[in-house]
Design a protein around this ligand. Sequence first.
Ligand SMILES: Nc1ncnc2c(CN3C[C@H](CCSCCOCCO)[C@@H](O)C3)c[nH]c12
Length: 227
Amino acid sequence: MIGIMCAMVEELEPILEQVEVKDKIHHGNNTYYLASFDNKDIVLAYSKIGKVNAAITATAMIEKFGVEKLLFSGVAGAIDEDLKIGDLIVATEVCQHDIDLTVFGYKHGFIPESQIFFDCDSNLINIAEHVADKLGIKLKKGIIASGDQFVHSKEKKEWIKEVFGASAIEMEGGAVGCVTWNYQVPFFMLRAISDTAEEGAGVDFDAFLEESSKVSAKFLLEMLKEI
Ligand SMILES: Nc1ncnc2c(CN3C[C@H](CCSCCOCCO)[C@@H](O)C3)c[nH]c12
């Protein structure tokens, strides 16, 4: 079983429209869609915004639905200057920029018995690169940082870039990476840029959420054919 996660309903809808939904299961205030696509069994859900909601859904995908790999599709704010609205980025690693135990001598993003960065699955990243080559689509790879805040400040995004080396910013991937690391389940995350995470990002986000969600969804569905 393959798990497909999004944070917002707008990110999930363009995927749901293209798969054959067989059943809907309500669990933990989420709706899980059991479906098939390209003769593969998949379970899909949107978690709602933020790291806690994302962790709930990722854990249920593994514990209740037994997914063997978890793929995330959605939008993100750009940190790297070469990322423009509508561009795709695949996470090589994810982290949580709002974890701060530095007073105890730990680095930003670190919690004891855990780690700052969580690797994404190299096999799935390779498939993404193969699909991008086949379709002639530009696909960036980089670290994606998560935190429970919508970043709309150049100063904040530059700090996240300096401390974590992140190329993009969002609010769920770091939590899903932590869950999949703890359960040793392969994790893949694809995001399309919706804004620049600077002043005025909220306006861009509202304007480009739907369009960028479709960009990510379309690519993810192409990837599903190769898995
Ligand atoms: N700059 C940015 N900073 C952090 N995250 C992101 C992301 C990625 N997703 C979008 C959404 C944040 C928007 S909350 C919208 C509230 O509802 C608005 C009406 O629907 C959350 O799920 C994270 C895109 N640009 C970002």
